[in-house]
Design a protein around this ligand. Structure first.
Ligand code: SF4
Length: 356
């Protein structure tokens, strides 16, 4: 028979999420931690390590597809960058609620602390999140529960309210003291590690939201790798990712999808690039322009000063060679995405600009 648990606890691997689970476990409750994974957060490879050092029982939950679908139009808008924190929490709690029967759990927990973050952890926002996720009455926040009205699992006696906490605000002292009490010797870094809240990643991801109606998780994974360049030609958008080094080239190769074009300089050392056609095959003019731009990242090819061969292979098809003169400033003017442009465009949409 499958193992059953009292509680499913959302687990980001941040200190608050560790403590929330440990506070409940200290009461003798069985807790399954859920570690959500998407192109923007989550690192399931580290689960065995975390289980060992923090004494937790953790399952990975992949939400890549539903998260990227939500990212196209989060109902509560974005934070300072591309982080849709309220919708993200609603999505995770909804998914956790749906998983309760699988684990036999009767309630959910999070490491939220009232007033810790400007938007998503204000008391009214926390209530709205619980309401929209359908978890009112089954959600406990062990670190700040005593600042809130007693929840049903406290009233029933399943959870001892006296052994929960009343943390509030942005300070970390209480959490660090509690970690010490639990004997946690390895502490996570305070940052949550969500790429959507980092300027460099948001800059890379934004063109996908701007130009694609339905970007997939695999698009975001590719946008997170290598140098990113975009160009426009006759109203169409063209995108290429160029590896920065050998390890980066290998990571790009692992992200290849059917229809992708792989660029390599045929007779000279140089990086690898992946172009992902967004709306049908690339016109020859775009292909040649991209090949010339790409070849300029091979110093030896550039030094020849003359035409070089770039092999372009469509995944699952034969390679073809394009003769080009390496050139960094081509007619299509390949450019890295700029955050300023992104911000302007975002403000035209359903964005609260800096509310988080
Ligand atoms: S920072 Fe990222 S992972 Fe955290 S709540 Fe916001 S969107 Fe979700």
């Amino acid at each position: 028979m499958a193992e059953t648990y009292h509680c499913l606890s959302l687990f980001s691997a941040g200190l608050d999420s560790i403590l929330a689970a440990r506070v409940l476990m200290a009461q003798g409750l069985k807790v399954k931690c859920l570690h959500f994974v998407s192109p923007f957060f989550g690192d399931p490879r580290r689960i065995p390590h975390w289980e060992r050092v923090w004494g937790l029982d953790i399952a990975a939950v992949d939400v890549s597809d539903e998260f990227t679908a939500m990212l196209r139009g989060p109902a509560h808008g974005f934070g300072k960058l591309l982080n849709p924190c309220m919708d993200c929490k609603i999505l995770m709690l909804t998914r956790a609620r749906e998983l309760m029967p699988k684990y036999g759990a009767t309630f959910l927990a999070t490491g939220e602390v009232v007033g810790q973050r400007p938007m998503s952890q204000r008391r009214d926002a926390m209530n709205a999140i619980a309401r929209d996720a359908g978890v009112k009455g089954i959600l406990l926040r062990p670190l700040c529960a005593r600042k809130l009205d007693p929840a049903p699992m406290e009233e029933s006696g399943l959870v001892d309210r006296e052994r929960l906490y009343n943390f509030g605000g942005r300070g970390r002292r209480q959490q660090l003291d509690l970690a010490k009490e639990f004997g946690l010797t390895e502490l996570p870094t305070p940052a949550g590690g969500c790429l959507l809240a980092e300027p460099e990643s948001a800059r890379r991801f934004w063109p996908l939201l701007k130009h694609l109606e339905s970007p997939a998780a695999s698009h975001f994974r590719l946008a997170d790798e290598g140098r990113q360049y975009w160009a426009e030609h006759e109203g169409g958008q063209y995108w290429i990712s160029i590896g920065r080094n050998q390890a980066g080239n290998e990571r790009l190769e692992k992200l290849l999808a059917p229809g992708d074009l792989v660029f390599k300089t045929r007779d000279f050392p140089g990086p690898l690039a992946v172009a992902r056609p967004l709306a049908g095959p690339w016109p020859d003019a775009v292909l040649a322009d991209a090949a010339a731009f790409f070849a300029s990242y091979s110093p030896k090819a550039t030094r020849t000063g003359g035409p070089v061969a770039v092999s372009v292979t469509e995944v699952g098809a034969d390679a073809r060679a394009v003769e080009v003169t390496p050139c960094r400033e081509t007619p299509l003017a390949w450019a890295e995405p700029q955050w300023d442009d992104s911000t302007k465009a975002r403000n035209c949409q359903n964005c609260r600009g800096g509310a988080e």
